[in-house]
Ligand binder design. Structure first.
Ligand SMILES: Cc1cc2nc3c(=O)[nH]c(=O)nc-3n(C[C@H](O)[C@H](O)[C@H](O)COP(=O)(O)O)c2cc1C
Length: 303
């Protein structure tokens, strides 16, 4: 067994790093590329029942400490995505997780049922995007709504499910527990946090949509606290994909110390070349230098 081996809902991974949703889009060959670059698993961009164009430009602002995006969930729709996920499952050589998004509970079930035809290793439910609204709020913003989505997806597929949660809530642990009680096998935490940039000279919001989601290094402390609180609420046996601001091996170690079983890497794929291989090498050096024999030894004792 290798130092970085990890099992996530029974899926064997050669390392804990997972390409986060939305970073390499919906295309199979870009997901396969991340696997070749050393990702232990890959997640596709969220796909919806019907194709979506997304927001108008500008959709991204990129600074060294944070990214802000409002892509508006542009994707080709589930019909086309089935073929992409099939190709990725056949070619990636690592677990492929298909992310789904919808705007009603019924449509979440429909997309889950259709994407299951491609046999992804897991389905990630994106109910945490600032664009995923029910009467103006995210499904992931209340335990009842989040649990209803999970229950509907659970009935629609036998493939393992990870529920992706938002940091923009006061009680992420309670919401995670409700999702697990409704049939989720795993929790992904976190999606981006709502934010905006203002152009002082133009006296305008910078993004066309004005609001977007903050990701990158600035999100790390928020993600660490969310992961820590989720683990406390759901217990040590529920796997967590800890995501938010991980850029270095030390960031990944800290995320696993907070309670993550595996670690999502999003913005850092843009910020750093060879991110998967280099972060793995940095985790390995940290573990060797500090006497850890396996990843599960990293987790913090509860405060
Ligand atoms: C450009 C961009 C697009 C994203 N698209 C999606 C998406 O389609 N579905 C989703 O669940 N998360 C999406 N995310 C959120 C990431 O998967 C991740 O949760 C977030 O960026 C925090 O991780 P990071 O700080 O490592 O980037 C997107 C993030 C970025 C930067």
């Amino acid at each position: 067994m290798g130092l970085l081996d990890v099992s996530l809902c029974g899926l064997k991974m050669k390392n804990p790093l997972i390409l986060a949703s939305g970073i390499r889009g919906n295309n199979a060959y870009l997901l396969i590329r991340a696997a070749k670059e050393g990702a232990g698993a890959v997640i596709s961009k969220s796909c919806s029942l019907l194709p979506r164009e997304g927001h108008r430009n500008p959709t991204m602002v990129d600074t060294p400490e944070a990214m802000l995006n409002a892509i508006g969930l542009s994707n080709p729709g589930v019909e086309e995505e089935i073929g992409e996920i099939k190709r990725a499952v056949n070619g990636a050589g690592v677990p492929v997780i298909a992310s789904i998004v919808a705007f009603s509970v019924e449509d979440f079930a429909k997309v889950a049922g259709r994407i299951s035809e491609a046999r992804p290793h897991m389905i990630e439910i994106n109910a945490a995007c600032p664009n995923t609204h029910r009467e103006g709020k995210m499904f992931a913003s209340s335990s009842a709504d989040a649990a209803e989505v999970v229950g509907a997806v659970r009935n629609a597929t036998s493939i393992p499910i990870s529920m992706k949660l938002s940091p923009d809530v006061p009680n992420i642990g309670e919401i995670a527990k409700a999702c697990i009680d409704s049939g989720a096998d795993c929790i992904t935490a976190i999606n981006t946090m709502g934010g905006m940039y203002v152009d002082a000279f133009a006296r305008q919001g910078v993004m066309h949509n004005w609001f977007g989601g903050v990701s990158g290094p600035a999100l790390k402390p928020v993600a660490l606290k969310c992961v820590y609180n989720i683990r406390k609420a759901v217990g040590p046996d529920v796997p967590i994909i800890g995501t938010g601001g991980v850029t270095t091996g030390l960031d990944a170690v800290e995320m696993m110390m907070a309670g993550a079983t595996a670690v999502g890497v999003g913005s850092a794929v843009v910020l750093r070349k060879n991110v998967f291989r280099d972060v793995c090498a940095e985790i390995t050096s940290f573990m060797k230098e500090n006497g850890y024999l396996k990843l599960s030894q990293l987790v913090l004792d509860e405060k």
